[in-house]
Design a protein around this ligand. Structure first.
Ligand code: ATP
Ligand code: MG
Length: 307
């Protein structure tokens, strides 16, 4: 009996690629000087000087994958890159693309690439890429994502580089992505965003403390006490300390935001990373530095939590 396919009658009116205006610069990102430099070389320079790249026949990476632990600033970096390149930013999550209707997801992918080319310079950012393009071997039964992945791959293959559309992806678990995505001409550059070290935590804290009524805060000590905290944890820490201070301020207790508020906030905000997460990310970093394909990759490994 012939297989019945659902008719393509569904009107795809609800979801459209979201275009965003971003108001961020690298100054809003604390630390990570070497990551910023890598991003300038791989993305910003080719986006800003497409004609020079074309004339000298230099190939810029087509797709760049930002990977690392949750809360280390991958989305922040993507938004900032768009701003630094004055590019239109398309922030795509799997829910923007996935549909249970036959052919709709694939059509959305196609439309997205067409739209990005029309509005260039543009950056298409696939957030949490593993939910759009998981390793096909790990999917027990063929589901909608298999054909969606094929569309994504063929759009990336057919895509002419150096036309000022850059594709970014982000993931916490690159070993769970379909290996075909990481082949040359697709996500052919991977940039690791590690958990912040002490000097970086200090810079991140300074950014989030900026403009707060602080008094005698020893940022160095705070950075020391926040081993395994990510940028997102540090933001939450400062936010909680400031909120507690504000409650007292409103209740008429006029005192500066001092270190004691941060000591208290440290009890409530625990680091989201664990030692074993560092080992997981280091394993992957070593793996990807040696090879860009995922053969022999321990795809079953995962961090203790991911977004
Ligand atoms: N280097 C940093 N400097 C300043 N703030 C930071 C930094 N890293 C993270 N943050 C703060 O943490 C918030 C969350 O970061 P972001 O959402 O970019 O993390 P992520 O890596 O995308 O996480 P996930 O993997 O869960 O999506 C940012 O909006 C920012 O406020
Ligand atoms: Mg993110």
């Amino acid at each position: 009996m012939a297989l019945k396919l659902r008719k393509k009658t569904h009107k795809d009116t609800k979801r459209r690629p979201r275009k965003q205006i971003v108001d961020l610069t690298f100054q809003n990102i604390g630390g990570y000087d070497s990551v910023k430099q890598e991003i300038r070389d791989a993305i910003i320079m080719p986006m800003r000087h497409p004609l020079l790249y074309k004339k000298l026949n230099i190939r810029a990476p087509k797709g760049i994958l930002l990977w690392g632990a949750p809360g280390t600033g991958k989305t922040l970096f993507a938004r900032t890159i768009a701003r630094e390149c004055s590019a239109t930013f398309y922030h795509i999550r799997s829910s923007d693309i996935m549909s249970e209707w036959f052919g709709v997801s694939e059509r959305r992918v196609r439309q997205l690439f067409v739209k990005a080319a029309k509005t260039k310079p543009s950056i298409v950012f696939f957030d949490e890429l593993e939910s759009l393009a998981p390793n096909r071997q790990a999917i027990m039964i063929e589901d909608a994502r298999t054909s969606l992945l094929s569309s994504l791959l063929s759009e990336m293959d057919g895509f002419v580089p150096l036309n000022q559309v850059t594709i970014l992806g982000s993931t916490n678990i690159p070993n769970r992505l379909d290996p075909a995505l990481l082949r040359p001409g697709r996500f052919d550059k991977m940039i690791y965003i590690p958990p912040p070290n002490k000097a970086e935590r200090k810079e991140i804290l300074k950014i989030h403390l900026n403009g707060k009524p602080i008094d005698e805060i020893d940022v160095d000590i705070l950075a020391q006490k926040t081993h395994l905290y990510t940028g997102a944890d540090l933001e939450l820490l400062v936010n909680n300390a400031t909120t507690n201070w504000l409650k007292k301020f409103i209740a008429n207790k006029k005192e500066p935001l001092s270190m004691s508020y941060f000591e208290k906030a440290l009890d409530g905000v625990r680091p989201s990373l664990r030692g074993e997460d560092l080992r997981y990310y280091e394993y992957l970093r070593n793996y990807f530095e040696r090879s860009s394909s995922s053969t022999n990759m321990k795809s079953e490994l995962s961090p203790t939590y991911y977004g």
